[in-house]
Design a protein around this ligand. Structure first.
Ligand code: ATP
Length: 515
Protein backbone atom coordinates (compact mmCIF):
# COMPACT_ATOMS: atom_id res chain seq x y z
CA UNK A 1 0.00 0.00 0.00
CA UNK A 2 2.82 2.37 0.97
CA UNK A 3 4.24 1.93 -2.50
CA UNK A 4 0.92 2.79 -4.13
CA UNK A 5 0.55 5.89 -1.93
CA UNK A 6 3.99 6.87 -3.06
CA UNK A 7 3.09 6.56 -6.74
CA UNK A 8 -0.04 8.59 -6.14
CA UNK A 9 1.89 11.38 -4.42
CA UNK A 10 4.36 11.50 -7.28
CA UNK A 11 1.52 11.67 -9.76
CA UNK A 12 -0.09 14.60 -7.92
CA UNK A 13 3.16 16.56 -7.88
CA UNK A 14 3.83 15.69 -11.53
CA UNK A 15 0.39 17.09 -12.41
CA UNK A 16 1.34 20.36 -10.74
CA UNK A 17 4.91 20.58 -12.00
CA UNK A 18 3.94 20.15 -15.65
CA UNK A 19 0.82 22.32 -15.73
CA UNK A 20 -1.87 19.64 -15.66
CA UNK A 21 -3.70 20.31 -12.38
CA UNK A 22 -3.33 23.06 -9.77
CA UNK A 23 -5.11 23.56 -6.48
CA UNK A 24 -7.84 26.11 -6.90
CA UNK A 25 -6.95 29.48 -5.34
CA UNK A 26 -3.43 28.17 -4.84
CA UNK A 27 -1.94 31.47 -3.59
CA UNK A 28 -4.59 31.46 -0.85
CA UNK A 29 -3.56 27.92 0.15
CA UNK A 30 -6.26 26.24 -1.90
CA UNK A 31 -9.95 25.51 -1.49
CA UNK A 32 -10.98 22.04 -0.33
CA UNK A 33 -11.73 19.61 -3.14
CA UNK A 34 -11.67 22.22 -5.90
CA UNK A 35 -9.02 22.15 -8.62
CA UNK A 36 -7.98 24.10 -11.69
CA UNK A 37 -6.64 22.60 -14.90
CA UNK A 38 -3.47 24.15 -16.29
CA UNK A 39 -2.19 24.59 -19.80
CA UNK A 40 -1.58 20.86 -20.34
CA UNK A 41 -4.54 19.67 -18.29
CA UNK A 42 -7.07 21.63 -20.27
CA UNK A 43 -5.83 20.09 -23.53
CA UNK A 44 -6.03 16.56 -22.16
CA UNK A 45 -9.46 17.27 -20.70
CA UNK A 46 -10.72 18.70 -23.99
CA UNK A 47 -9.45 15.63 -25.83
CA UNK A 48 -11.21 13.29 -23.40
CA UNK A 49 -14.42 15.23 -23.90
CA UNK A 50 -14.05 15.15 -27.66
CA UNK A 51 -13.44 11.40 -27.64
CA UNK A 52 -16.62 10.91 -25.60
CA UNK A 53 -18.73 13.41 -27.54
CA UNK A 54 -17.74 12.06 -30.94
CA UNK A 55 -18.28 8.47 -29.84
CA UNK A 56 -21.83 9.41 -28.88
CA UNK A 57 -22.92 12.04 -31.36
CA UNK A 58 -20.87 11.20 -34.48
CA UNK A 59 -21.09 7.43 -34.25
CA UNK A 60 -24.82 7.26 -33.45
CA UNK A 61 -27.33 8.76 -35.83
CA UNK A 62 -29.92 8.66 -33.10
CA UNK A 63 -27.93 10.55 -30.43
CA UNK A 64 -27.78 14.35 -30.33
CA UNK A 65 -26.25 16.77 -27.85
CA UNK A 66 -27.48 19.68 -25.77
CA UNK A 67 -26.03 22.22 -23.36
CA UNK A 68 -28.50 23.08 -20.60
CA UNK A 69 -28.09 25.69 -17.85
CA UNK A 70 -26.58 24.94 -14.45
CA UNK A 71 -29.41 26.79 -12.70
CA UNK A 72 -32.79 25.17 -13.07
CA UNK A 73 -36.23 25.58 -11.59
CA UNK A 74 -36.00 24.45 -7.95
CA UNK A 75 -39.02 22.14 -8.29
CA UNK A 76 -36.92 19.98 -10.63
CA UNK A 77 -34.85 18.85 -7.65
CA UNK A 78 -37.96 18.15 -5.63
CA UNK A 79 -39.34 16.04 -8.49
CA UNK A 80 -36.08 14.17 -9.01
CA UNK A 81 -35.86 13.25 -5.33
CA UNK A 82 -32.64 15.16 -4.71
CA UNK A 83 -34.09 17.56 -2.13
CA UNK A 84 -35.32 14.69 0.03
CA UNK A 85 -32.95 11.89 -0.70
CA UNK A 86 -29.61 13.04 -2.12
CA UNK A 87 -27.84 12.29 1.13
CA UNK A 88 -24.70 10.63 2.37
CA UNK A 89 -24.52 9.03 5.82
CA UNK A 90 -21.80 10.84 7.77
CA UNK A 91 -20.02 9.99 10.99
CA UNK A 92 -17.43 11.93 13.01
CA UNK A 93 -14.55 10.67 15.07
CA UNK A 94 -14.76 12.53 18.40
CA UNK A 95 -11.01 12.55 18.97
CA UNK A 96 -9.65 13.62 15.58
CA UNK A 97 -12.82 15.64 14.78
CA UNK A 98 -12.53 14.17 11.28
CA UNK A 99 -15.67 13.46 9.31
CA UNK A 100 -16.21 10.29 7.27
CA UNK A 101 -18.84 8.69 5.11
CA UNK A 102 -20.12 5.71 7.07
CA UNK A 103 -20.72 3.73 3.87
CA UNK A 104 -17.15 4.36 2.66
CA UNK A 105 -15.65 3.21 5.98
CA UNK A 106 -17.59 -0.04 5.72
CA UNK A 107 -16.78 -0.57 2.03
CA UNK A 108 -13.09 -0.09 2.84
CA UNK A 109 -13.45 -2.78 5.49
CA UNK A 110 -14.95 -5.15 2.90
CA UNK A 111 -11.96 -4.27 0.71
CA UNK A 112 -9.58 -5.22 3.53
CA UNK A 113 -10.98 -8.77 3.69
CA UNK A 114 -10.59 -8.96 -0.06
CA UNK A 115 -7.00 -7.79 0.21
CA UNK A 116 -6.22 -10.49 2.78
CA UNK A 117 -7.69 -13.16 0.50
CA UNK A 118 -5.71 -11.88 -2.47
CA UNK A 119 -2.51 -11.89 -0.47
CA UNK A 120 -2.99 -15.53 0.54
CA UNK A 121 -3.64 -16.44 -3.09
CA UNK A 122 -0.60 -14.54 -4.34
CA UNK A 123 1.59 -16.27 -1.73
CA UNK A 124 0.29 -19.70 -2.67
CA UNK A 125 0.69 -19.00 -6.37
CA UNK A 126 4.33 -18.23 -5.79
CA UNK A 127 4.82 -21.37 -3.71
CA UNK A 128 3.05 -23.83 -6.03
CA UNK A 129 4.00 -22.29 -9.39
CA UNK A 130 2.35 -23.80 -12.47
CA UNK A 131 0.54 -26.49 -10.56
CA UNK A 132 -1.48 -23.92 -8.57
CA UNK A 133 -5.23 -24.41 -8.77
CA UNK A 134 -6.86 -21.20 -7.51
CA UNK A 135 -10.39 -22.56 -7.39
CA UNK A 136 -9.37 -25.49 -5.25
CA UNK A 137 -7.24 -23.30 -3.00
CA UNK A 138 -10.16 -20.90 -2.43
CA UNK A 139 -12.44 -23.81 -1.58
CA UNK A 140 -10.07 -25.47 0.87
CA UNK A 141 -7.66 -23.02 2.48
CA UNK A 142 -9.00 -22.29 5.99
CA UNK A 143 -7.72 -18.69 6.16
CA UNK A 144 -9.19 -17.80 2.76
CA UNK A 145 -12.46 -19.50 3.68
CA UNK A 146 -12.66 -17.63 6.99
CA UNK A 147 -12.03 -14.27 5.35
CA UNK A 148 -14.52 -14.99 2.58
CA UNK A 149 -17.16 -15.82 5.17
CA UNK A 150 -16.43 -12.61 7.08
CA UNK A 151 -16.57 -10.55 3.91
CA UNK A 152 -19.86 -12.13 2.85
CA UNK A 153 -21.47 -11.63 6.26
CA UNK A 154 -20.38 -7.99 6.39
CA UNK A 155 -21.54 -7.36 2.87
CA UNK A 156 -25.01 -8.79 3.50
CA UNK A 157 -25.45 -6.88 6.73
CA UNK A 158 -24.24 -3.65 5.16
CA UNK A 159 -26.47 -3.98 2.06
CA UNK A 160 -29.50 -4.53 4.29
CA UNK A 161 -28.69 -1.50 6.47
CA UNK A 162 -28.32 0.68 3.37
CA UNK A 163 -31.52 -0.61 1.81
CA UNK A 164 -33.41 0.04 5.03
CA UNK A 165 -31.67 3.44 5.47
CA UNK A 166 -30.91 2.17 8.97
CA UNK A 167 -28.36 4.67 10.30
CA UNK A 168 -28.07 3.07 13.75
CA UNK A 169 -27.22 -0.25 12.15
CA UNK A 170 -24.54 1.40 9.99
CA UNK A 171 -22.94 2.77 13.15
CA UNK A 172 -23.24 -0.61 14.87
CA UNK A 173 -21.44 -2.28 11.95
CA UNK A 174 -18.57 0.21 12.31
CA UNK A 175 -18.37 -0.56 16.05
CA UNK A 176 -18.67 -4.35 15.61
CA UNK A 177 -16.01 -4.44 12.91
CA UNK A 178 -13.67 -2.45 15.16
CA UNK A 179 -13.12 0.20 12.47
CA UNK A 180 -10.78 2.90 13.79
CA UNK A 181 -10.23 6.46 12.60
CA UNK A 182 -7.06 6.49 10.44
CA UNK A 183 -6.02 9.80 12.02
CA UNK A 184 -6.60 9.32 15.78
CA UNK A 185 -6.59 5.53 15.72
CA UNK A 186 -9.59 5.51 18.11
CA UNK A 187 -13.07 4.03 17.78
CA UNK A 188 -14.80 6.94 19.47
CA UNK A 189 -17.58 7.59 16.93
CA UNK A 190 -20.61 9.92 16.90
CA UNK A 191 -24.04 8.89 15.66
CA UNK A 192 -24.54 8.53 11.90
CA UNK A 193 -26.48 11.44 10.32
CA UNK A 194 -27.80 12.13 6.84
CA UNK A 195 -26.23 15.05 5.00
CA UNK A 196 -27.67 16.57 1.81
CA UNK A 197 -25.04 17.09 -0.87
CA UNK A 198 -26.66 19.89 -2.85
CA UNK A 199 -25.29 23.43 -2.79
CA UNK A 200 -27.91 26.14 -2.75
CA UNK A 201 -27.90 29.84 -3.48
CA UNK A 202 -30.47 32.53 -4.13
CA UNK A 203 -31.77 34.22 -7.24
CA UNK A 204 -33.45 37.61 -7.10
CA UNK A 205 -32.23 40.84 -5.60
CA UNK A 206 -34.26 41.49 -2.47
CA UNK A 207 -34.30 39.28 0.54
CA UNK A 208 -38.07 38.84 0.33
CA UNK A 209 -38.24 38.34 -3.41
CA UNK A 210 -35.25 36.03 -3.56
CA UNK A 211 -35.83 32.33 -3.94
CA UNK A 212 -33.62 29.40 -3.19
CA UNK A 213 -32.14 27.54 -6.12
CA UNK A 214 -29.59 24.76 -6.37
CA UNK A 215 -26.38 24.25 -8.24
CA UNK A 216 -27.12 21.09 -10.21
CA UNK A 217 -25.65 17.93 -8.63
CA UNK A 218 -25.92 16.09 -11.98
CA UNK A 219 -26.43 17.19 -15.56
CA UNK A 220 -29.06 14.51 -16.25
CA UNK A 221 -32.08 16.54 -15.14
CA UNK A 222 -31.30 19.18 -17.78
CA UNK A 223 -31.70 16.41 -20.34
CA UNK A 224 -34.97 15.08 -18.90
CA UNK A 225 -36.70 18.46 -18.87
CA UNK A 226 -35.59 19.05 -22.47
CA UNK A 227 -36.36 15.62 -23.85
CA UNK A 228 -39.59 16.61 -25.58
CA UNK A 229 -38.09 19.87 -26.96
CA UNK A 230 -35.33 17.83 -28.57
CA UNK A 231 -37.60 14.99 -29.66
CA UNK A 232 -40.02 17.33 -31.39
CA UNK A 233 -37.59 19.82 -32.94
CA UNK A 234 -35.13 17.10 -33.95
CA UNK A 235 -37.91 14.75 -35.13
CA UNK A 236 -36.34 12.00 -33.06
CA UNK A 237 -37.89 8.56 -32.87
CA UNK A 238 -37.49 6.14 -30.04
CA UNK A 239 -34.96 4.72 -29.36
CA UNK A 240 -32.87 7.90 -29.23
CA UNK A 241 -30.34 9.54 -26.95
CA UNK A 242 -29.39 12.99 -25.70
CA UNK A 243 -25.81 13.68 -24.62
CA UNK A 244 -24.48 16.51 -22.51
CA UNK A 245 -21.17 17.58 -20.98
CA UNK A 246 -21.20 20.03 -18.11
CA UNK A 247 -20.33 21.04 -14.59
CA UNK A 248 -21.99 19.48 -11.54
CA UNK A 249 -21.63 20.40 -7.88
CA UNK A 250 -21.77 18.27 -4.75
CA UNK A 251 -20.91 19.25 -1.22
CA UNK A 252 -18.91 16.06 -0.66
CA UNK A 253 -18.26 15.25 2.98
CA UNK A 254 -15.02 13.48 2.45
CA UNK A 255 -13.06 15.25 -0.19
CA UNK A 256 -9.72 13.51 -0.49
CA UNK A 257 -7.86 11.68 -3.22
CA UNK A 258 -7.14 14.68 -5.42
CA UNK A 259 -9.50 15.04 -8.39
CA UNK A 260 -11.24 11.74 -7.67
CA UNK A 261 -13.82 13.40 -5.44
CA UNK A 262 -14.37 17.10 -6.04
CA UNK A 263 -17.01 19.60 -4.99
CA UNK A 264 -17.11 21.08 -8.50
CA UNK A 265 -16.58 18.58 -11.28
CA UNK A 266 -17.62 17.79 -14.81
CA UNK A 267 -19.85 15.03 -16.10
CA UNK A 268 -20.47 13.50 -19.51
CA UNK A 269 -23.95 12.04 -19.46
CA UNK A 270 -26.13 10.41 -22.05
CA UNK A 271 -29.78 9.51 -21.51
CA UNK A 272 -31.12 6.94 -23.94
CA UNK A 273 -34.92 6.86 -24.31
CA UNK A 274 -36.46 3.47 -25.08
CA UNK A 275 -39.77 1.64 -25.20
CA UNK A 276 -40.96 0.33 -21.83
CA UNK A 277 -40.07 -3.34 -21.52
CA UNK A 278 -36.96 -3.09 -23.70
CA UNK A 279 -34.83 -1.28 -21.12
CA UNK A 280 -32.89 -4.25 -19.76
CA UNK A 281 -31.81 -5.26 -23.25
CA UNK A 282 -30.58 -1.71 -23.88
CA UNK A 283 -28.91 -1.66 -20.47
CA UNK A 284 -26.90 -4.69 -21.49
CA UNK A 285 -26.01 -3.15 -24.81
CA UNK A 286 -24.84 0.11 -23.25
CA UNK A 287 -22.74 -1.75 -20.68
CA UNK A 288 -20.88 -3.38 -23.54
CA UNK A 289 -20.60 -0.21 -25.63
CA UNK A 290 -19.22 1.80 -22.75
CA UNK A 291 -16.70 -0.85 -21.71
CA UNK A 292 -15.43 -0.97 -25.30
CA UNK A 293 -15.01 2.81 -25.25
CA UNK A 294 -12.74 2.52 -22.22
CA UNK A 295 -10.83 -0.49 -23.49
CA UNK A 296 -10.12 1.13 -26.86
CA UNK A 297 -7.71 3.47 -25.07
CA UNK A 298 -5.32 0.55 -24.73
CA UNK A 299 -4.53 0.49 -21.00
CA UNK A 300 -5.21 -3.25 -20.87
CA UNK A 301 -8.57 -4.88 -20.30
CA UNK A 302 -7.68 -5.98 -16.78
CA UNK A 303 -7.68 -2.32 -15.71
CA UNK A 304 -11.51 -2.37 -15.75
CA UNK A 305 -14.26 -4.29 -14.08
CA UNK A 306 -18.02 -4.03 -13.63
CA UNK A 307 -19.47 -3.61 -10.19
CA UNK A 308 -23.19 -4.42 -10.32
CA UNK A 309 -25.22 -2.65 -7.64
CA UNK A 310 -27.09 -4.60 -5.04
CA UNK A 311 -28.66 -1.54 -3.53
CA UNK A 312 -30.52 0.14 -6.35
CA UNK A 313 -31.30 3.85 -6.22
CA UNK A 314 -35.00 4.61 -5.85
CA UNK A 315 -35.31 5.25 -9.60
CA UNK A 316 -33.37 2.28 -11.02
CA UNK A 317 -34.18 -1.32 -11.98
CA UNK A 318 -30.59 -2.19 -12.90
CA UNK A 319 -27.28 -0.45 -12.26
CA UNK A 320 -23.59 -1.06 -12.63
CA UNK A 321 -20.36 0.88 -12.29
CA UNK A 322 -17.35 0.63 -14.54
CA UNK A 323 -14.44 0.60 -12.13
CA UNK A 324 -10.88 1.43 -13.02
CA UNK A 325 -7.71 0.23 -11.31
CA UNK A 326 -6.54 3.49 -9.72
CA UNK A 327 -3.34 3.68 -7.63
CA UNK A 328 -5.64 3.35 -4.59
CA UNK A 329 -7.61 0.35 -5.84
CA UNK A 330 -10.52 -0.31 -8.20
CA UNK A 331 -12.81 2.76 -8.17
CA UNK A 332 -15.90 3.91 -10.04
CA UNK A 333 -15.33 6.09 -13.09
CA UNK A 334 -18.68 5.60 -14.77
CA UNK A 335 -22.18 4.63 -13.73
CA UNK A 336 -24.71 2.94 -16.03
CA UNK A 337 -28.28 2.95 -14.79
CA UNK A 338 -31.59 1.73 -16.05
CA UNK A 339 -33.62 4.65 -14.62
CA UNK A 340 -37.04 3.30 -15.65
CA UNK A 341 -39.63 6.04 -16.33
CA UNK A 342 -39.04 7.51 -12.89
CA UNK A 343 -37.61 10.92 -13.80
CA UNK A 344 -39.94 11.68 -16.70
CA UNK A 345 -43.01 10.55 -14.74
CA UNK A 346 -41.99 12.69 -11.81
CA UNK A 347 -41.56 15.74 -14.05
CA UNK A 348 -44.95 15.05 -15.60
CA UNK A 349 -46.46 14.95 -12.13
CA UNK A 350 -44.67 18.02 -10.72
CA UNK A 351 -44.97 20.23 -13.83
CA UNK A 352 -48.52 19.19 -14.64
CA UNK A 353 -47.52 18.95 -18.33
CA UNK A 354 -48.05 15.95 -20.53
CA UNK A 355 -44.61 14.72 -21.56
CA UNK A 356 -45.57 11.43 -23.12
CA UNK A 357 -44.04 10.31 -26.38
CA UNK A 358 -46.34 9.32 -29.22
CA UNK A 359 -44.99 6.20 -30.82
CA UNK A 360 -46.14 6.19 -34.47
CA UNK A 361 -45.24 2.52 -34.92
CA UNK A 362 -47.34 1.36 -31.99
CA UNK A 363 -49.86 4.14 -32.43
CA UNK A 364 -49.83 4.82 -28.69
CA UNK A 365 -48.42 7.30 -26.18
CA UNK A 366 -46.23 6.40 -23.25
CA UNK A 367 -43.55 7.75 -20.92
CA UNK A 368 -40.25 6.37 -22.26
CA UNK A 369 -37.87 4.34 -20.15
CA UNK A 370 -34.32 5.61 -19.82
CA UNK A 371 -30.84 4.12 -19.79
CA UNK A 372 -28.23 6.51 -18.46
CA UNK A 373 -24.49 6.42 -18.96
CA UNK A 374 -22.74 8.90 -16.67
CA UNK A 375 -19.01 9.41 -16.49
CA UNK A 376 -16.91 11.98 -14.63
CA UNK A 377 -14.42 13.83 -16.84
CA UNK A 378 -12.12 14.40 -13.87
CA UNK A 379 -12.13 10.76 -12.77
CA UNK A 380 -11.45 9.73 -16.35
CA UNK A 381 -8.59 12.24 -16.39
CA UNK A 382 -7.18 10.74 -13.18
CA UNK A 383 -7.48 7.18 -14.46
CA UNK A 384 -5.68 8.09 -17.67
CA UNK A 385 -2.92 10.01 -15.90
CA UNK A 386 -2.35 7.26 -13.36
CA UNK A 387 -2.04 4.59 -16.05
CA UNK A 388 0.12 6.76 -18.24
CA UNK A 389 2.60 7.84 -15.56
CA UNK A 390 5.69 5.66 -15.92
CA UNK A 391 9.13 5.78 -14.37
CA UNK A 392 11.44 3.99 -16.77
CA UNK A 393 14.89 2.68 -16.10
CA UNK A 394 17.05 3.26 -19.19
CA UNK A 395 20.13 1.41 -17.94
CA UNK A 396 23.55 2.95 -17.14
CA UNK A 397 22.01 4.68 -14.14
CA UNK A 398 19.73 6.70 -16.39
CA UNK A 399 15.97 6.94 -16.05
CA UNK A 400 13.09 8.97 -17.39
CA UNK A 401 9.54 9.88 -16.46
CA UNK A 402 7.24 9.39 -19.39
CA UNK A 403 3.50 9.87 -19.68
CA UNK A 404 2.37 7.05 -21.94
CA UNK A 405 -0.86 8.79 -22.90
CA UNK A 406 -2.86 7.45 -25.82
CA UNK A 407 -1.52 9.62 -28.66
CA UNK A 408 -5.01 10.82 -29.55
CA UNK A 409 -5.46 12.29 -26.07
CA UNK A 410 -1.99 13.78 -25.59
CA UNK A 411 -2.05 17.58 -25.03
CA UNK A 412 0.82 18.20 -27.46
CA UNK A 413 1.13 15.91 -30.46
CA UNK A 414 4.44 17.05 -31.84
CA UNK A 415 7.51 18.94 -30.70
CA UNK A 416 9.79 20.51 -33.28
CA UNK A 417 13.40 20.80 -32.13
CA UNK A 418 16.23 22.43 -34.07
CA UNK A 419 19.45 20.56 -33.24
CA UNK A 420 21.28 23.84 -32.63
CA UNK A 421 20.18 27.44 -32.29
CA UNK A 422 22.03 28.62 -35.40
CA UNK A 423 22.89 27.86 -39.04
CA UNK A 424 19.30 28.44 -40.18
CA UNK A 425 17.92 25.42 -38.24
CA UNK A 426 15.52 27.46 -36.04
CA UNK A 427 14.11 29.13 -39.16
CA UNK A 428 13.59 25.75 -40.84
CA UNK A 429 11.92 24.39 -37.70
CA UNK A 430 9.57 27.40 -37.58
CA UNK A 431 8.68 26.82 -41.22
CA UNK A 432 7.66 23.24 -40.42
CA UNK A 433 5.58 24.30 -37.43
CA UNK A 434 3.84 26.98 -39.46
CA UNK A 435 2.57 24.23 -41.74
CA UNK A 436 1.66 21.69 -39.11
CA UNK A 437 0.09 23.96 -36.49
CA UNK A 438 -3.19 23.93 -38.39
CA UNK A 439 -3.44 20.19 -37.89
CA UNK A 440 -1.87 19.44 -34.51
CA UNK A 441 -0.98 21.10 -31.25
CA UNK A 442 2.79 21.59 -31.77
CA UNK A 443 5.52 22.95 -29.51
CA UNK A 444 8.76 24.59 -30.53
CA UNK A 445 11.76 24.15 -28.23
CA UNK A 446 15.35 25.19 -28.83
CA UNK A 447 16.65 25.44 -25.27
CA UNK A 448 19.13 22.90 -23.76
CA UNK A 449 20.46 19.70 -25.29
CA UNK A 450 18.18 17.58 -27.48
CA UNK A 451 18.23 14.87 -24.79
CA UNK A 452 16.84 17.28 -22.19
CA UNK A 453 14.23 18.51 -24.61
CA UNK A 454 13.12 14.91 -25.25
CA UNK A 455 12.73 14.41 -21.48
CA UNK A 456 10.57 17.51 -21.18
CA UNK A 457 8.29 16.22 -23.92
CA UNK A 458 8.21 12.72 -22.39
CA UNK A 459 7.03 14.26 -19.14
CA UNK A 460 3.98 15.82 -20.80
CA UNK A 461 3.32 12.78 -22.98
CA UNK A 462 4.12 14.22 -26.44
CA UNK A 463 4.00 11.17 -28.74
CA UNK A 464 6.38 12.53 -31.38
CA UNK A 465 9.39 14.83 -31.54
CA UNK A 466 11.07 15.87 -34.74
CA UNK A 467 14.63 17.07 -34.88
CA UNK A 468 15.78 19.47 -37.57
CA UNK A 469 19.50 19.01 -38.29
CA UNK A 470 21.99 20.22 -40.85
CA UNK A 471 21.03 17.46 -43.31
CA UNK A 472 17.45 18.72 -43.22
CA UNK A 473 18.55 21.83 -45.06
CA UNK A 474 19.86 19.62 -47.87
CA UNK A 475 17.38 16.73 -48.07
CA UNK A 476 14.16 18.15 -46.54
CA UNK A 477 13.97 15.22 -44.13
CA UNK A 478 13.77 15.23 -40.33
CA UNK A 479 14.29 12.68 -37.58
CA UNK A 480 10.99 11.51 -36.07
CA UNK A 481 11.33 10.13 -32.55
CA UNK A 482 8.70 7.91 -30.97
CA UNK A 483 7.99 8.64 -27.27
CA UNK A 484 7.42 5.07 -26.13
CA UNK A 485 10.01 3.11 -28.11
CA UNK A 486 12.45 6.05 -28.39
CA UNK A 487 13.14 4.75 -31.89
CA UNK A 488 13.97 7.25 -34.58
CA UNK A 489 13.14 7.22 -38.26
CA UNK A 490 14.07 9.59 -41.06
CA UNK A 491 10.99 11.11 -42.65
CA UNK A 492 10.44 13.56 -45.52
CA UNK A 493 8.92 16.82 -44.34
CA UNK A 494 6.29 16.50 -47.05
CA UNK A 495 5.04 13.23 -45.49
CA UNK A 496 4.93 14.43 -41.88
CA UNK A 497 1.36 15.61 -41.80
CA UNK A 498 -0.28 12.45 -43.12
CA UNK A 499 2.04 10.17 -41.20
CA UNK A 500 1.41 11.84 -37.85
CA UNK A 501 -2.31 12.40 -38.46
CA UNK A 502 -2.75 8.67 -38.91
CA UNK A 503 -1.16 7.96 -35.56
CA UNK A 504 -2.57 10.73 -33.36
CA UNK A 505 -6.12 11.41 -34.47
CA UNK A 506 -9.16 10.64 -32.35
CA UNK A 507 -10.66 9.21 -35.53
CA UNK A 508 -8.26 6.28 -35.31
CA UNK A 509 -9.76 5.22 -31.94
CA UNK A 510 -13.31 5.95 -33.05
CA UNK A 511 -12.80 3.59 -35.98
CA UNK A 512 -11.98 0.79 -33.55
CA UNK A 513 -15.34 1.40 -31.85
CA UNK A 514 -17.28 1.42 -35.05
CA UNK A 515 -16.35 -2.14 -36.07
P1 ATP B 1 -19.54 8.02 -5.66
O1 ATP B 1 -20.25 6.79 -5.19
O2 ATP B 1 -18.07 7.82 -5.93
O3 ATP B 1 -19.83 9.23 -4.82
P2 ATP B 1 -21.73 8.35 -7.42
O4 ATP B 1 -22.17 6.95 -7.57
O5 ATP B 1 -22.45 9.26 -6.50
O6 ATP B 1 -20.16 8.38 -7.08
P3 ATP B 1 -22.88 9.20 -9.87
O7 ATP B 1 -23.94 10.00 -9.22
O8 ATP B 1 -23.24 7.90 -10.50
O9 ATP B 1 -21.66 9.01 -8.85
O10 ATP B 1 -22.14 10.15 -10.92
C1 ATP B 1 -21.65 9.68 -12.16
C2 ATP B 1 -20.17 9.93 -12.32
O11 ATP B 1 -19.82 11.27 -11.97
C3 ATP B 1 -19.32 9.07 -11.40
O12 ATP B 1 -19.09 7.80 -11.98
C4 ATP B 1 -18.04 9.87 -11.30
O13 ATP B 1 -17.18 9.61 -12.40
C5 ATP B 1 -18.52 11.29 -11.39
N1 ATP B 1 -18.56 11.90 -10.06
C6 ATP B 1 -19.54 11.81 -9.14
N2 ATP B 1 -19.23 12.51 -8.04
C7 ATP B 1 -18.01 13.07 -8.27
C8 ATP B 1 -17.15 13.92 -7.53
N3 ATP B 1 -17.49 14.36 -6.33
N4 ATP B 1 -15.97 14.30 -8.08
C9 ATP B 1 -15.63 13.88 -9.32
N5 ATP B 1 -16.40 13.09 -10.07
C10 ATP B 1 -17.58 12.68 -9.57
Amino acid sequence: MAKQDDVFKKLVSHCKEYGFVFRSSDIYDGLGAVYDYGQMGVELKNNIKKYWWDSMVLLHENIVGIDSAIFMHPTIWKASGHVDAFNDPLIDNKDSKKRYRADVLIEDQVGKYEEKINKEIAKAKKRFGDSFDEEQFRATNPRVKANEAKREALHTRYAKALNDSNLEELRQIIIDEGIACPISGTKNWTEVRQFNLMFSTEVGSTAEGASKIYLRPETAQGIFVNYLNVQKTGRMRIPFGIAQIGKAFRNEIVARQFIFRMREFEQMEMQFFVRPGTELEWFKKWKETRLNWHEALGFGNDAYRFHDHEKLAHYANAATDIEFKMPFGFKEVEGIHSRTDFDLSQHEKFSGKNIKYFDPELNESYVPYVIETSIGVDRMFLSIMSSAYTEEDLGDGKSRIVLKLPAALAPVKLAVLPLVKKDGLPEKAREIINDLKFHFNCQYDEKDSVGKRYRRQDAIGTPYCITVDHDTLKDDCVTLRNRDTMEQERVAIANLESLIADRVSITSILKKLNK
